[in-house]
Design a protein around this ligand. Structure first.
Ligand code: FAD
Ligand code: UDP
Length: 369
């Protein structure tokens, strides 16, 4: 039996960063990954010369200088700026909510006209917003709520906006400038050549066992420490019950057209279609002639769904039941002491890629203390 200083379960971004740092520090590291590939949900695969984001569109954005400089060591990033459109019936709107959206919605052209419009519409909300619906109307008024938020959100989360927490909608910028950049962060881009190559570079020189479920081999591996980036409830055989997730289904088609929708991301905000987003992958590589020049285009329709056994657990469910259940597992893990739970599944928390890299670097530093 080989003895390792550190076993990391999961070759996603969290696992790849910790494995890289530990290997650099001279530790004997094993990474175990049940999927046939590294990079976790950031995985991109080549489909006829186009990098396809298999588990959903991934755009790297951050305000954290150290994280931004760190990822540059493993990949060159392009200057992709996420500027999605929202389609409601035959109407198209720019996102996030900005002067372009307000002009398209109301014909206004100046910030003070848009502000006055919203001020008038938000009057119906008095007091602190108690749910997503009230928060959305408070932020942008009822017209935008009805056309661009209500239905999209209910498709995405499978629940009425009146039953969802306010913070989900506060993630989106609201601007009184003509700026369609979906994120406020200082740095943004997509690794040229895809995220998989970036993760592979992080894992250069690290022993990685793909197609291997930790639960099938854990009795055969000796390790001083284990970091588990899979679902915490599965680790403890669901002893307190199952955590819930939202999942997604991607219907991906390869079309014989050079340019299908003219943009990487179009949100479908009405109830006519069950999908929320349509992704045209080649536009993420907008500045690469070899990708854009392909005579075909790969397009993914994204359908939200309730998680069932066998589905990918994408998003944690933000409600009281799941929060308390996770806390129970966490307390159990602290008493158990043998394993560290991390990454977006171990922490049962939605983490963007930059948060994930930050958390991985912080954990590694703590382990070095
Ligand atoms: P993961 O990528 O999930 O990696 C965990 C790995 O552990 C998986 O590969 C899994 O197979 C493996 N594993 C689990 N259990 C076991 C086991 N028992 N044995 C062996 N292996 C196991 N972030 C952004 O910054 N920008 C975006 O635009 C963005 N878009 C997103 C879109 C979607 C649809 C989703 C779901 C997420 C998005 N994210 C985005 C978040 C991003 O995916 C995460 O930040 C990142 O993937 C987290 O990395 P991780 O290593 O924690 O988890
Ligand atoms: N949202 C919306 N309409 C849109 C885009 C977003 O109502 O066209 C809302 C929705 O509630 C979503 C939230 O804003 O969950 C945050 O959007 P983001 O793009 O951060 O995440 P998503 O949940 O779409 O992955």
């Amino acid at each position: 039996m080989t003895a390792y200083d550190l076993v990391i379960v999961g070759a996603g971004l969290f696992g790849a960063v910790v494995a890289h740092e530990a290997t650099k520090a001279g530790k004997r590291v094993l990474v175990v990954e049940k999927r046939p590939h590294v990079a976790g949900n950031c995985y991109t695969e080549d489909v006829g010369g186009i990098p396809v984001h298999r588990y959903g569109a991934h755009i790297f954005h951050t305000d954290d200088r150290e994280v931004w400089e760190y990822v540059q060591r493993f990949a060159e990033f392009n200057r992709f700026t996420n500027s999605p459109l929202a389609k409601y019936g035959d109407e198209l709107y720019n996102l996030p909510f900005n002067m372009n959206t307000f002009h398209q919605m109301w014909g206004v052209t100046r910030p003070e006209e848009a502000e006055a419009m919203i001020a008038e519409q938000r009057k119906e909300i008095t007091g602190e917003p108690r749910n997503l619906e009230e928060q959305a109307i408070r932020l942008v008024g009822r017209d935008i709520y009805e056309k661009l938020i209500r239905c999209y959100t209910e498709k995405q989360w499978g629940r009425a906006c009146t039953e969802l927490p306010t913070f989900i909608i506060r993630r989106l910028p609201v601007r009184f400038t003509y700026d369609n950049n979906y994120f406020n962060d200082r740095w943004q881009g997509i690794p040229i050549g895809g995220y998989t190559a970036m993760a592979e570079r992080m894992l250069d020189g690290v022993e990685v066992r793909l197609n291997t479920d930790w639960f099938d081999i854990r009795g055969q591996v000796e390790a001083d420490r284990v970091i588990f980036t899979g679902p915490i409830d599965r680790y403890y055989d669901f002893c307190f019950g199952k955590l819930e997730y939202r999942s997604l289904k991607f219907d991906t088609v390869d079309l014989p057209v050079t340019n299908f929708q003219g943009n990487a991301v179009i949100n479908h905000t009405d109830s006519a279609e069950a999908y929320t987003r349509v992704i045209e992958h080649k536009h993420f590589a907008y500045d690469q002639a070899d990708v854009m020049g392909q005579p075909h285009s790969v397009v993914s329709y994204e359908y939200p769904k309730t998680w069932e056994e066998g589905d990918e657990p994408y998003y944690p469910v933000n409600d009281e039941r799941n929060r308390l259940l996770y806390q129970r597992y966490r307390e159990h893990a602290e008493q158990d002491g043998g394993v560290l739970f991390a990454g977006r599944l171990g922490a049962y928390q939605y983490l963007d890629m930059d948060d994930t890299v930050r958390a991985a670097l912080d954990l590694w530093r703590k382990l070095c203390e």
